[in-house]
Design a protein around this ligand. Structure first.
Ligand SMILES: O=C(O)C[C@@](O)(CF)CCOP(=O)(O)OP(=O)(O)O
Length: 324
């Protein structure tokens, strides 16, 4: 009754931004991501009849109560699914620089979903695992798979048609992701709160929903044609539109800091010099840059001249979950 799983984090090229159902983590729009090779979570789950309650160790330390509550709530779904009311000991090791603003919940819940299902004896398909992980954190639904992944929003109220699937293998198109950590000052609005406030109060959210459908069509054409310029332009414009919605929320908020804008401007300056780099930004001030292998180094060198750049992580497109 024990299993260990390694799951990688992912970065959305077309953003998940808004839920149509908070309880089931059903999104308002499809999203598309690439799984990253460098950052991952390894989670071991052991169901033990002798346990009187769930236990959760995070990076070797007993986790605090509120984290344990979230894990237990997730395990309740697994227990109900397997009809086995047994408690578990969960041990998670994160290899994700949380300072980089990576959604470590993506790799964390993907690993927890796969390890807990396996340990309790559930035989779930990857699609079913994606639907289970989704109920821990939406973006985790994508980390079950490697390569290029699309998360289908579905339309059923119960989420039975809401899951992610791989649309292109990781080695089919070798793109690089530079994760640029900048100096962070303010406490950020967590993505869950950010998207909820935006859906409920931003007049720009309707425009986002229209635009993201078009962006998804365009990026899939770009992927099929291996057209990096087209992909980069869609990725950057999609991120900017997502962030534009937050400015219209009530109360308004903004994830960018001055350092964020400096990096964005450096990327645009690189393009004016003929170096193709495109940025994307999630629920935080850090910037991720998409580029082609041959320009990865020159982009790194230009970024590290910026005093606001603290660290640059080089990522390639990575694999789906593995059972260790
Ligand atoms: O990753 C993306 O598509 C875009 C974002 O990173 C943009 F910030 C949102 C990720 O949201 P997540 O942490 O999955 O939310 P949850 O479902 O409330 O846990």
């Amino acid at each position: 009754m024990k299993a260990t799983v390694k799951a990688h984090t992912n970065i959305a090229l077309i953003k998940y931004w808004g839920k149509r159902d908070e309880a089931l983590f059903l999104p308002t729009n499809n999203s598309l991501s690439v799984t990253l090779d460098k950052f991952y979570t390894i989670t071991t789950v052991e169901f033990l009849p002798a346990l009187q309650a769930d236990e959760f160790y995070f990076n070797g330390e007993l986790a605090e109560e509120k984290e344990l509550m979230k894990i237990s709530a997730f395990l309740d779904r697994v227990r109900a699914n397997a009809k086995k009311p047994m408690f578990a000991c969960v041990k998670s090791q994160n290899h994700v620089p949380t300072a980089a603003g990576f959604a470590s919940s993506a790799s964390g819940y993907a690993a927890l979903a796969a390890a807990s299902a396996k340990a309790i004896g559930l035989q779930l398909t990857d699609r079913e695992l994606s639907q289970l992980a989704r109920q821990g954190s939406g973006s985790a639904s994508r980390s079950i798979f490697g390569g290029y992944v699309e998360w289908e929003k579905g339309s059923n109220a119960d989420g039975s048609d809401c899951y992610a699937q791989q649309i292109l293998k990781k080695d089919a198109w070798d793109l690089r992701i530079l994760s640029v950590e900048v100096t962070t000052k303010a406490k950020k609005v967590l993505s869950r709160e950010g998207m909820k406030r935006t859906v409920q109060t931003s007049p720009f959210f309707a425009g986002w929903l229209e635009a993201v459908e078009q962006d998804l069509i365009a990026i899939k054409e770009a992927i099929n044609e291996r057209d990096f310029t087209k992909l980069g332009q869609v990725v950057e414009a999609n991120a900017l539109k997502m962030h534009a919605t937050t400015l219209g929320a009530n109360p308004p908020f903004m994830y960018w800091q001055s350092a964020t804008v400096e990096v964005m401007q450096e990327v645009q300056a690189l393009r004016e010099k003929g170096i193709e780099a495109y940025f994307t930004i999630d629920a935080g001030p850090n910037v991720k840059i998409v580029c082609q292998p041959e320009e990865e180094q020159v982009i790194h060198e230009s970024l590290e001249t910026l005093p606001v750049v603290q660290q640059i992580h080089h990522c390639r497109i990575g694999p789906g979950i593995t059972y260790l």
